[in-house]
Design a protein around this ligand. Sequence first.
Ligand SMILES: NC(=O)c1ccc[n+]([C@@H]2O[C@H](COP(=O)([O-])OP(=O)(O)OC[C@H]3O[C@@H](n4cnc5c(N)ncnc54)[C@H](O)[C@@H]3O)[C@@H](O)[C@H]2O)c1
Length: 352
Amino acid sequence: MTARIGIAGCGFIGTVHSHVLARVAKAGLVDAVVTATHDVDETRAAKVASQHGAEAYKDLDSFLDAVDAVWVCTWTAAHEPVVAAAVARGLAVFCEKPLAPTFDGCKRVAGLLASVPHQVGLVLRYAPVFRAAAEAVASGQYGRVLACVMRDDQYFPTQGQYGSDWRSDVAKSGGGTLLEHSIHDVDVLSWILGAPTSVRAEVSNRFGYLGIDDVAVLTLGYPEGVHATLLSVWHQVLTRESSRRLEIFCEQAFIWADDDYLGPLHVETSDGASMIAAELPTWAAQLGVPPEHAASVAQYAEPSIAFLRALAAKGSAATGSPDALTALHAHRIVDAAYRSAATGGASVPIVD
Ligand SMILES: NC(=O)c1ccc[n+]([C@@H]2O[C@H](COP(=O)([O-])OP(=O)(O)OC[C@H]3O[C@@H](n4cnc5c(N)ncnc54)[C@H](O)[C@@H]3O)[C@@H](O)[C@H]2O)c1
């Protein structure tokens, strides 16, 4: 049966998801249709609805009554009430990251999500370049990991394509570049390196928004003396939307990437340099998007396809990936990092 999808929160990412969902459905990759929208800003809900022949609902309850699955794309502070209402109806939920502004809120949202088919929008889990990095490390062929560096920079996202006021309001966002953006990086580092056991962190606030870190520096400790550093920066270089560089030093290889979707992943060993090049999924050609947009559409399409296929195959027994527990693990690290920063950078243990 065709899954009726509702988009809650029709801003930047809600609009992106709605169009990606429409494209994967039109290509016959999933049996689903965007039938309903909801936003506290009624004009936004109406605009997205009109693009899909869907109905815009002013009232959350009526909206939820009309769908089978909800994409929760509100600003972060509104994830919890929308998820709670959706879960009370047993609906499937795709919840954007971060789960909530506070770690306590994240625990509540994760607990709610655990009772329904769900998936969290940590979309870098679907990036071929990080999958290749995780496989290269896990294979053991390059020896033990010694150290890792991740740099993530983005222009301050109250402007440009994000154009959002809430990202400078800690009550709605919960934090700045570390929580709002680099929760992705913290998750990717856990994927590649395993669970860190401690963190030391410092954050800065250079643009003056209370509680909104625009520079965060983390040193993550792992068993057996492995260390990773994460530098996360929000700047004012409007030509740099979101850019990541990953460097992993293994005993027998230097592994690095400058692109956070297709890579390539570079591997340098004593025998020379090579590249692991990733390609777009074969179905990407069916989406009918111009080549220059194919990668950015595919990186949101793949997680949505995976979730909808799981729902179609298993119904209420479906589990999406990454799930709420995976997200909560990343949130626990971010929470420990903020606690470390509050003490001026003391080492804080991370206990799952
Ligand atoms: N996974 C990703 O790659 C990714 C990318 C961008 C944003 N996000 C996340 O998605 C969420 C939204 O970000 P955005 O950039 O789309 O922000 P946005 O400001 O463009 O859109 C948020 C929308 O939510 C609406 N809203 C707020 N409270 C609501 C409520 N209670 N009910 C219904 N609608 C409500 C707002 O009116 C607004 O239209 C954030 O949590 C953000 O961190 C994830």
